[in-house]
Structures are given as structure tokens and as C-alpha cells.
Design a protein around this ligand. Structure first.
Ligand code: ACO
Length: 425
């Protein structure tokens, strides 16, 4: 039986239907609100707004739960690979062994980047941030690999191209930024190993694949693979709603992810931890984060949805310890992070505001141990988030009720004002 919410406005009463999801979360369906009442809703930052219904990812921010297509992220991190998880997100179910093999072959077949694209890379200023380059180059893919029609087969090819080429492009931008020779993808290497090889292999120092590093990278990417309607995913859906090509929608997602309040936080965390290690000023940093008059925030802390521990952070912390131990690496930033976490979790400000470490708090230390330079951290996040963006984009274009995203506003500017000619001003 449908539940309703009563809305009384003026001398009239309206009934708004309540929608319920499979995990019991409820929403008021306001899709007829303006037509019926003349009113719109106002929700800055969309904290109370459900923009779509989706069967991809479930999160419970109070309990710290994250599942992709129903499967807990803890199980995927333990047993799956990034490629299998990508398949799950995009195709709605786990692949059979033969489907997984076929998927891997397709990824391998599409791993090269058009040679002409190299000239773009070579002409970006050396100081360019890799996220800006990645966003621009993913958009440019549309010119090199135009979609013929919106056929399912064509979409699948575009999806495979993106998943495969993004790691080649990321590694290429790193090599070129260092003035080093580009390393091509190898058909004998699996997805993560191939990326690591393209990043670190050199004619004078061949890269040796280490299972421990491959596992850590798989888990890192699995943990970032989707996170329902976050800022960058919303950007992909909104831009995609104009029926632009997939490359451009993903490029918009990369741009949104770049921001320090979103994906850019992993770089910001390392910068903050390094600064604390250097200046030995943890107490001042915590005081600054608590000061209402200071815009500074403790990076890697807090989350729009999680009001308890971010489940990804718990896994990332374990991966971090395991990786450093196996590689026999001692990173002073791990000690700083652990101390900072302990102090913040005991502090009334962080307790009252329900601020817990998020996935970014330990992820930078993992990436550092793998050898990824700090300015590539958010690129690593983008590669991981790509299957989620694709799955969300696919879901939105397959939705029979798909609409162009076009929110409204409450105008607060001047009422009609006459134009004043320049000589009279
Ligand atoms: N340090 C100090 N105070 C914080 C922090 C923080 N990291 N995060 C939130 N707060 C405080 C705010 O100042 C605010 O205080 P007030 O109510 O006294 O004014 C309160 O907590 C609520 O903050 P909001 O900004 O309203 O919370 P919101 O849900 O919008 O913020 C966000 C979420 C942006 C992630 C925020 O916690 C933040 O800036 N964190 C640091 C950046 C970061 O780590 N981002 C990565 C997020 S995870 C991801 O994108 C992968």
C-alpha cells in the first residue's frame, strides 16, 4: 500500500506519495509538486535530495555499510579483482569465467592510445596538474574514437575503450611529465600489473611485478569503484543527461573529482601529514580545523554520508599496514596519521560533529608505498571510479523516465530595473 505525506499549503491539502527502496530508505516523491502547488523545494548541496533511484550501490552512512550490486565491499576487497568488480558494476552481475576472460581480452585489445594523442601530451606545460590533463584527454578521445550510433555494441566498445585506455593515458602523462620514454601496454600482463609496468618500467631499470603491490592496487581501485550519487558521479549524470557522448560526461566527472573536498582530498591529506611531520605542529593543526573562523579542515576527515567510520577506510588502513610491512617500508607519515586519528577521535569537536577518517586518510600512504607521486593520487582515484561513473551513466540513459537535469532556483536579485545608458552612469 502506498504511503503518503500530507502537505498543507494555504487552504489546500496535498498528498505526496512516499517511495521506498529495497533497504527501507524512504523518499517523498515531489515530481508533481510544482504542477500541483506552484512550489519548488530548496536544498543547497542536495543533502536531502534523491536525484534518482538506482540499483548499483547501497550505502548506510549511520552503520558504515557499502555494497556494490548487493555485495559487501569487504568481500569484494578480499576475493575480487578490480576488473571483475568493474564488470559487476557495469553489467549488474558477476561475470562467468568465460565472460571474465572475454572482458580481459577486450581490455587488452583496446589498451593502445592513438599515436597522434601523444603530441597533445607533449605540449601541456610541464607543471600541469595530471587531473587537468586527464580530463582534457578523455574529452579528446571523442575526436579520435567517434561513436557511430548509440547502439548497444557501440556503447560497449566505448566503455571498454575508456576502461582500458584511461590507465595507458594516466601512465603516459606521468612518463611524459618526467621527460621519460613512454612504456606501451603489454598483452601478457593483467590490468593492474600492466598499469604498474607502464608507470615504472624504464630501459635502465626494468620493473619487477610484486604480488603484494598488485593486490594493494586492486583493493585500492575496488574501494573507489563506486559511491552512489557523490559530486563527480552527479556531474557525470547531469552532463550525460544532455545526451552528450560518454567521453565528455566522464571528463566532467574527472573535473569534479579533482576538487580538494572530493577526490583531491587524498593529495591534500599527504600534504597535511607531511607538513605536520616537518613542523611538528599537530596540536595547532587540530585547533585550526576546529576554529570556525578558519576555513581549514582536517583533510581525510568527515563525509557527507558517513557519520561513523567509512568502511573503505577500515580496509584501506589494513592494506596500508600489510603493504608497508611486506615491502619493509617505514613511512613516518603513517605514524603521524595514526596519532592524528587517535587524537581527533578523542576530541569533543570531532565526536559532536560525527567526524571520522574517510577513505582518503590512509590511501595516500598506500599510494606512496607503491611509488605513485603525490600529484597522481587523484588520477588513481579517477581510474578506480571510472566503472562506477560508467555504470551510473548507463543506468541513467537506460531509464525510460530519463530527463534532462535542470534544477530551478529561488531568484533573489533586483526586480525589473531599467537599463541606464553609459553616459548617465
Ligand atoms: N575538519 C573540521 N571540521 C569539519 C570537517 C573537517 N574535515 N568536516 C566537516 N567539518 C565540520 C564543518 O565545519 C561543520 O561544522 P559546523 O556545523 O560547526 O559549522 C560540520 O562539520 C558539518 O560540515 P559540512 O561541511 O556541512 O559537512 P559536509 O557533509 O558538507 O562535508 C566534507 C563533507 C566536504 C567531506 C567535509 O567533511 C570536508 O571538507 N572534509 C575534508 C575534506 C575531505 O576529506 N574530503 C574527502 C571526502 S571523501 C571523498 O570524497 C572520497
Amino acid at each position: 500500500m502506498t504511503e503518503f505525506v500530507k502537505l498543507i499549503y494555504g487552504d489546500r491539502q496535498y498528498q505526496l506519495p512516499v517511495i521506498e527502496g529495497t533497504e527501507g530508505e524512504k523518499a517523498i516523491d515531489i515530481s508533481a509538486l510544482r504542477r500541483q502547488t506552484g512550489l519548488i523545494t530548496l536544498d543547497p548541496g542536495y543533502a536531502n535530495t534523491g536525484a534518482c533511484s538506482s540499483d548499483i550501490t547501497f550505502m548506510d552512512g549511520e552503520k558504515g555499510i557499502l555494497r556494490y550490486r548487493g555485495i559487501p565491499v569487504e568481500q569484494l576487497a578480499e576475493y575480487s579483482t578490480f576488473i571483475e568488480t568493474s564488470y559487476l558494476l557495469i553489467n549488474r552481475r558477476l561475470p562467468s569465467p568465460s565472460e571474465l576472460t572475454r572482458f580481459s581480452v577486450l581490455l587488452n585489445d583496446n589498451s593502445l592510445v592513438h599515436e597522434d594523442m601523444r603530441s597533445f601530451y607533449e605540449n601541456f606545460p610541464r607543471s600541469s596538474h595530471p587531473m587537468g590533463i586527464l580530463s582534457a584527454m578523455v574529452n579528446a578521445l571523442r575526436s579520435f574514437y567517434p561513436e557511430i550510433q548509440n547502439l548497444e555494441e557501440e556503447i560497449n566498445l566505448t566503455v571498454t575503450r575508456l576502461l582500458s585506455k584511461i590507465r595507458t593515458m594516466a601512465a603516459m602523462s606521468y612518463k611524459i611529465s618526467r621527460g621519460h620514454k613512454v612504456v606501451y601496454p603489454r598483452p601478457d600482463l593483467a590490468y593492474c600489473d600492466n598499469f604498474l609496468n607502464m608507470m615504472f618500467d624504464s630501459p635502465v631499470k626494468p620493473y619487477r611485478i610484486d604480488r603484494v603491490v598488485t593486490t594493494a592496487l586492486n583493493v585500492f581501485w575496488i574501494l573507489h569503484a563506486d559511491h552512489e550519487q557523490n559530486c563527480s558521479t552527479t556531474a557525470v549524470r547531469v552532463v550525460g543527461s544532455a545526451r552528450v557522448n560518454l567521453y565528455s560526461a566522464i571528463s566532467a566527472g574527472i573535473a569534479a573529482l579533482w576538487g580538494p573536498l572530493h577526490g583531491g582530498a587524498n593529495q591534500a591529506v599527504i600534504e597535511m601529514l607531511s607538513q605536520i611531520a616537518e613542523n611538528n605542529n599537530m596540536a595547532q593543526v587540530i585547533e585550526r580545523a576546529k576554529d570556525k573562523n578558519d576555513p581549514f579542515r582536517l583533510m581525510g576527515f568527515g563525509h557527507r554520508i558517513y557519520k561513523t567510520f567509512d568502511p573503505r577506510m577500515k580496509i584501506m588502513k589494513k592494506v596500508c599496514h600489510r603493504l608497508l610491512e611486506k615491502l619493509k617500508v617505514s613511512d613516518p607519515l603513517l605514524d603521524v596519521a595514526q596519532e592524528l586519528e587517535e587524537i581527533a577521535l578523542r576530541d569533543d569537536y570531532f565526536i559532536e560533529h560525527h567526524l571520522y577518517p574517510n577513505v582518503d586518510f590512509y590511501s595516500g600512504i598506500v599510494l606512496r608505498a607503491i611509488g605513485i607521486p603525490t600529484n597522481m593520487f587523484t588520477v588513481m582515484f579517477a581510474i578506480g571510479r571510472l566503472p562506477g561513473w560508467i555504470a551510473q551513466w548507463k543506468e541513467s540513459i537506460d531509464d525510460p523516465n530519463w530527463k534532462l537535469c535542470r534544477p530551478r532556483q529561488i531568484y533573489t536579485g533586483p526586480q525589473e530595473t531599467a537599463y541606464v545608458p553609459i553616459e548617465q552612469r
